[in-house]
Design a protein around this ligand. Structure first.
Ligand code: SF4
Ligand code: MG
Length: 326
């Protein structure tokens, strides 16, 4: 396997200059120096509470948001240095699935028109082949040709997400960035959509970035998982290693909320107090120090780097760095 996507030092700083904050100069560091790669054919889960920068990261990968700094390389091409028109072309290969399919599907368009749209935008095929493709993909995502003439409001939430997935697949992309694709769905429907996504991945040789706010959802779909906190990557490992042996206190806390299948293997329980601090005024040093039960002296001043603590298992925490004075 080779990396399909390589992300280096990605940052998104939003300047603060409005309302009550007018006198305060500075930035909201929504994403602050994030690096990772995604191998061809794998699923990378990215997990964190709202405001951790996971959606902002997802949107920067296809430049729906311009990064403040950093490099994104996709399939050998550096996306962060190409022109806007080249980027529009590159989006044929990278597509997004959104959390709320209802908000992202035009309510006045039939499903046929919605699915036809990306083919027109990217100039793929002629009228006849486009129509065939629409009908084929309705079947592929578990809907039928008779759904083609219906409007988004005539579908259930789960069916609408199937339409959102079909739309993302129309251009034969290599990479799908799914931003909380099942968070708005009932638990019983979540499993169906996750299974569909896994089947499609095998069939169509897709690579996924799967963004979620809890570790339970991404567990079975992800080959590797990255845990984000306040704009930074706290831990990044194979699913196996992360769920079996989490190192970062924040990951341990998130896992405390996920039921353990085998009660004989109780994990260390950490219940977090307080909310995520504001990203406009993040804590110094390790941004997790205001909520961390293991906080040490160095934590309030030194930013921990993401370091490999076990083959393929990376953690940004001073507890595992012998060079930092504890
Ligand atoms: Fe906790 Fe310090 Fe590790 Fe941050 S670096 S997670 S504050 S022990
Ligand atoms: Mg989000």
């Amino acid at each position: 396997t080779k990396p399909l996507l390589q992300v280096e030092g990605l940052k998104k700083y939003f300047p603060i200059h409005s309302g009550v904050l007018a006198k305060q100069s500075g930035y909201v560091k929504a994403v602050d120096d994030v690096s990772f790669h995604v191998n061809e054919g794998e699923t990378l889960g990215i997990v964190g509470e709202s405001g951790c920068g996971k959606s902002t990261t997802g949107r920067m990968l296809m430049r729906l948001l311009e990064p403040t700094e950093g490099k994104v390389t996709f399939d050998g091409k550096e996306l962060t240095s190409i022109s806007n028109s080249e980027m529009r072309k590159a989006r044929r290969e990278i597509q997004m699935v959104f959390q709320d399919p209802y908000a992202s599907l035009n309510p006045r368009h039939t499903v046929e028109k919605i699915l036809m749209e990306p083919l027109k935008v990217h100039n793929i095929g002629d009228a006849k082949s486009r129509k065939k493709k629409v009908y084929d993909f309705l079947e592929i995502v578990g809907l039928s040709s008779y759904h083609a003439k219906r409007y988004p409001h005539q579908f259930s939430g789960g069916q609408r997400q199937r339409i959102g997935i079909a739309r993302a697949l129309m251009t034969n992309p290599k990479l799908i960035i799914a931003d909380e694709p099942v968070s708005a769905l009932d638990v019983s429907i979540q499993a169906q959509v996750l299974n569909l996504m896994q089947d499609l991945q095998k069939e169509l040789k897709l690579t996924y970035i799967f963004i979620a706010h809890d570790l339970g959802v991404v567990r079975h779909i992800s080959d590797r998982v990255g845990v984000m906190y306040l704009g930074r990557m706290a831990e990044l490992a194979t699913s196996e290693s992360l769920y079996a042996e989490p190192f970062h206190p924040y990951t341990k806390a998130l896992l405390s909320a996920v039921p353990v299948p085998d009660p004989g293997h109780q994990r260390e329980q950490i219940i977090l107090e307080g909310d995520i601090p504001s990203p406009s005024n993040p804590p110094t040093g390790c941004t997790f120090h205001t909520r961390c039960p293991y906080k040490m002296k160095a934590c309030t001043s030194v930013v921990p780097k993401l370091e490999e603590v076990k083959p393929g298992h990376f953690v940004a925490c001073h507890l595992y760095n012998e060079l930092v004075q504890h």
